[in-house]
Structures are given as C-alpha cells and as structure tokens.
Design a protein around this ligand. Structure first.
Ligand SMILES: *[C@@H]1O[C@H](CO)[C@@H](O)[C@H](O)[C@H]1NC(C)=O
Ligand SMILES: *[C@@H]1O[C@H](CO)[C@@H](O)[C@H](O)[C@H]1NC(C)=O
Ligand SMILES: *[C@@H]1O[C@H](CO)[C@@H](O)[C@H](O)[C@H]1NC(C)=O
Ligand SMILES: *[C@@H]1O[C@H](CO)[C@@H](O)[C@H](O)[C@H]1NC(C)=O
Ligand SMILES: *[C@@H]1O[C@H](CO)[C@@H](O)[C@H](O)[C@H]1NC(C)=O
Length: 446
C-alpha cells in the first residue's frame, strides 16, 4: 500500500478543505468508509475483502498548529470469496458496509459485511507476550514430555507493539438476498442487517438466531415491484428505524408496535411531477442511501440526481431538495446504456447536521450548506493536489460557451465516481473514496 502525505494544501472556497492524506489501497476499489464515533479511527473496506483501519496520531506538543494525521493502524482480511453450492453462486468477498461499535475496553470492535455474512472483529493492541511455557516451546510446538525435567514459571515480557484483528462472531445463514446495510442500535446490544427483501435483527452476542423484522417478499416473486435499498436505526430511539426502497419511498417503523414491522408507522414519499415522467423516472427515483441526522430530527436520502432532507414530522414531501448533478438529466440514455444509472451513491451529514456531502462522477463530490444554501463541487484528484496549490471549486458547463476552468458535460469521466464518503463526527475532516484512492481532507488550519 502506498501512502502519500501532502501537508497544508488549502482550497479557498466556502468550505476550506485541505488534503491531509492520500492513500492508494493497492489495486482494490474501496467499497466503504466509516469513522468511529470520536473520529480518531477511520476504517475502509474494499472489493478484495480487506479492512484497513487508520488512526489519527496524537497532536504533537512541538507543533501545536499541526493537527494529527491519519496513519495505517491495522490491515486485515475480513472476508474471503466463497461458493454457495446449493445455488451454484459465487459469494464475493467485497465489504459492503462497516459499522463501529462503542468502545467498552482497551480493544475496538467493528462489524463488517459482504453480501451474505456479517462479522464482528476485535482490534486490540499487544505489547507483552508470555514466555517460558512448560509443555510447548516459544514457537508453540508441543515439547516432548521426556525432555521436560524442570518446572518453569511462565513470565510476561515486553515486545514491539502489535495490533491484531480477531474475528469474534460470525452472523451467517440469515440472508437469501444481498446485504446492503447494517446498522447498530443505540441500545448497543442489537444490530440489523438488511437485504433486498428482508431486515433481520440480531443480538450482538448471539450468532445462531436472528429475528426477521421486515419481510416484503411477495408470495409470488413475479409480483415483486419494490426492493429495500438501505436501512438505519434512529440514533437515539432504539425502537425506531427506517428503510428506503427502489420506488423512492421511506418507511419509518416502530418495533414496539409489533414483532413484524411490515406495517410502517410513517411513510415518506414525494408525489411525482407528471411533467417529468420518463422511461427513467422509476430508476432515478430509487433511493441509494438513507441517513438519520445526528439530532434524529431529519432524514437524508440520496437518489440518482438529488439529495433530499426530510423532517420526520412531514411525510408528504421533503423539506429540502438539492440537485447533485442535474446536468446529467439529458444524458440518462447513455448512463442507462453504460449501467451508470444504477450506481449507488451514499450521502453524509457533517457533525452539526448543517452541511451535506455526496459524490458524483469525474471524481467530483458536492457539499451543500443547508443554512446559506451555498454549494460547491470539489474534485478528489492527485493532479490537483500539489503542495500549497489552491484547489478551486469545479464547475460543469451545460451547452453554450465553455469558460476557462469549466468542464463540459461531455468530457466527464463516468468511470471515476465517488460513491463513498465519511465526515468526522465533530471536526471538518472528510474521507473520500475515489476508486482505489482514499483522500482525507481537512479544513484550513488557523
Ligand atoms: C474511537 O477511537 C479512539 C482511538 O483512537 C478511541 O479512543 C475512542 O474511544 C473510539 N471511540 C469509540 C466510541 O469507540
Ligand atoms: C444457540 O446456541 C446456544 C448456545 O450454544 C444454544 O443454547 C441455543 O439453543 C441455540 N439456539 C438455537 C435457536 O439454535
Ligand atoms: C397491517 O395493517 C393491516 C391493515 O391496517 C392489517 O390488516 C394487518 O393485520 C396489519 N399487519 C400486522 C402484521 O400488524
Ligand atoms: C423536474 O425536472 C426539472 C428539470 O428538468 C427539475 O428541476 C425538477 O426538480 C424536476 N421535478 C421533480 C419533482 O423531480
Ligand atoms: C458543519 O459545517 C459548518 C459549515 O462548514 C461548519 O461551520 C461546522 O463546523 C461543521 N460542523 C461540524 C461539527 O463539523
């Protein structure tokens, strides 16, 4: 793995972000990024089933103005490719989601999932090792009892710090379809895993049993008109969760109402504008991500062209709608032909729920300030990341004359897409995954 560190690189825009770390994770496409709840750790998962954990280094006393950088802390293989013999299907090792658990002791715990299996990993540090066993030698080989003539007392000796990742639990055999989301409940005892048609609830301690809390599978699969695309627990109310669908709707469910939450308690959907109806309407209205705000008051959803903010108390329409890349409206036909129209972009809130970030094509990502209504397009690119260079916001031009610095819609690279991003819980530090590069940007150091 190559890591490039570029210090003090400022963008001068409404959102002053500078590049803190650019990390290229071998040949593998990053498939998820997630900060822990204090932002000191950042985990990425990739297509090859690997998890890389970055830790922010302690602020140094000599350079109080320099903030901690993120360094690789641990790398481990979370999932391996498997084969489902019953269905003759290959199960990819790709990590679909990572979620951190709150820290309870010196070790860190995270959940990672591929299409079928969720794993609970423990990441712990070791700087001592026991030596002087009686029945085995230092390499762990059993000693010949005939050679053991004296009894030794094992001792603990210091050694170089080692970070180990150990699988603690494997939650498997509960999903027939592909898992798209996992979410840890605020009771920190349960979590849910969601596939195209079902949501299961697990206790973190129990792997051989899960409860099915949502099942939208019709008796006859030919009647299938809708699939579940994402789900998340409310950040504070442990009985409440939401799930989004391929039809652009969001259902809020209350687990207190009944064991099976097929009957939602709230249903959020925007009425369709008949003048905008087209062959692509249904595809582009499919929700690719849903996130509660930190406050728990709002929901944010991402569909192909927009990000919407919903008030939990208003089901009939979103409170705010932000256009991510409206210039693609005229390109939907070719985006359908190259399958890009099915790309699943995620969206994130900043720590105070005042700014929204989501990705686009050409390694562009967008930020929307909900208060000032200003927005910006930034680019995660190595070429633009020269030390001390000022990164300018990017502009896409639609028809007409193209100004200098503008890029025309026709020259956007659709193979470069930013699907996964994360925002530090308290600070203006963001992580942006651009194919196999991880960019960590931070706002200008004063
Ligand atoms: C996040 O990671 C840092 C380690 O760098 C740790 O101190 C902190 O407790 C973690 N937070 C949680 C909630 O796990
Ligand atoms: C799950 O495992 C526990 C402990 O091994 C066992 O007591 C319990 O009966 C099992 N439950 C099911 C549903 O298999
Ligand atoms: C869901 O609601 C419908 C109609 O309101 C009712 O007939 C059905 O029994 C409910 N199902 C559950 C599981 O509560
Ligand atoms: C309809 O299309 C226009 C642009 O052509 C867009 O600005 C508007 O938001 C669309 N309406 C809906 C409800 O999607
Ligand atoms: C959220 O974004 C606003 C605007 O950039 C910024 O002032 C604020 O510090 C951010 N909040 C957090 C907690 O990151």
């Amino acid at each position: 793995m190559k890591i490039f560190k570029i210090d003090h690189l400022f963008f001068h825009c409404n959102f002053q972000m500078s590049l803190a770390l650019l990390c290229s994770v071998a040949a593998d496409i990053i498939s998820t990024v997630e900060f822990n709840s204090t932002g000191e750790l950042l985990a990425t998962g990739d297509k090859g089933g690997r998890v890389v954990v970055f830790q922010r280094e302690q602020e140094s006393k000599n350079q109080p103005h320099r903030r901690g950088e993120y360094n690789v802390y641990s790398t481990f293989q979370s999932h391996e490719p498997e084969f489902d013999y019953l269905k003759s299907l290959e199960i990819e090792e790709k990590i679909n989601k990572i979620r951190w658990l709150p820290q309870q002791n010196a070790a860190y715990f995270l959940l990672s999932t591929n299409d079928k299996t969720v794993k609970l990993w423990k990441i712990s540090e070791r700087d001592k090792r026991p030596e002087g066993y009686n029945l085995k030698d230092e390499d762990g080989r059993i000693r010949d009892p005939a050679t053991i003539t004296t009894l030794r007392v094992p001792v603990v000796r210091p050694m170089d710090l080692m970070v180990e990742a150990t699988p603690r639990r494997v939650f498997s055999n509960a999903h027939t379809y592909h898992i798209n989301s996992i979410s840890v409940n605020s009771d920190y005892e349960t979590f849910m895993s969601t596939d195209d048609l079902r949501i299961n609830l697990w206790n973190l301690e129990i792997t051989n049993r899960s409860f099915n809390i949502v099942d939208i599978k019709p008796a006859n699969m030919e009647e299938l008109t809708e699939v579940i695309t994402a789900a998340e627990f409310h950040p504070h109310q442990c009985n409440t969760f939401v799930y989004s669908s391929s039809k652009g709707s969001i259902r809020l469910c209350d687990m207190r109402a009944s064991a099976l939450c097929d009957n939602h308690s709230k249903f959020f959907e925007e009425p369709e504008d008949p003048s905008n109806r087209s062959f692509f309407s249904e595809i582009i209205s499919s929700i690719s991500d849903v996130k509660f705000s930190h406050s728990g008051r709002y929901l944010m959803t991402r569909d192909y062209l927009t990000v919407k903010v919903w008030d939990l108390n208003m089901e009939s329409q979103p409170l705010e709608t932000y256009q991510v890349h409206d210039y693609l409206r005229s390109k939907l036909c070719s985006l359908y032909e190259n399958d890009c129209i099915f790309d699943k972009f995620e969206c994130v809130w900043n720590g105070s729920d005042s700014v929204i970030m989501t990705g686009s094509y050409n390694n562009f990502f967008r930020m929307f300030d909900r208060n000032t209504k200003r927005d910006v397009t930034l680019e995660a690119s190595r070429e633009n990341s020269k030390p001390r260079a000022i990164l300018k916001p990017r502009k896409v031009c639609v028809g007409g004359k193209r100004r200098k610095d503008e890029i025309s819609v026709d020259s956007l690279d659709f193979s470069k897409k930013i699907l996964h991003t994360a925002w530090h819980p308290y600070e203006n530090i963001i992580a942006v995954a651009a194919t196999n590069n991880l960019y960590i940007f931070q706002d200008k150091v004063n």
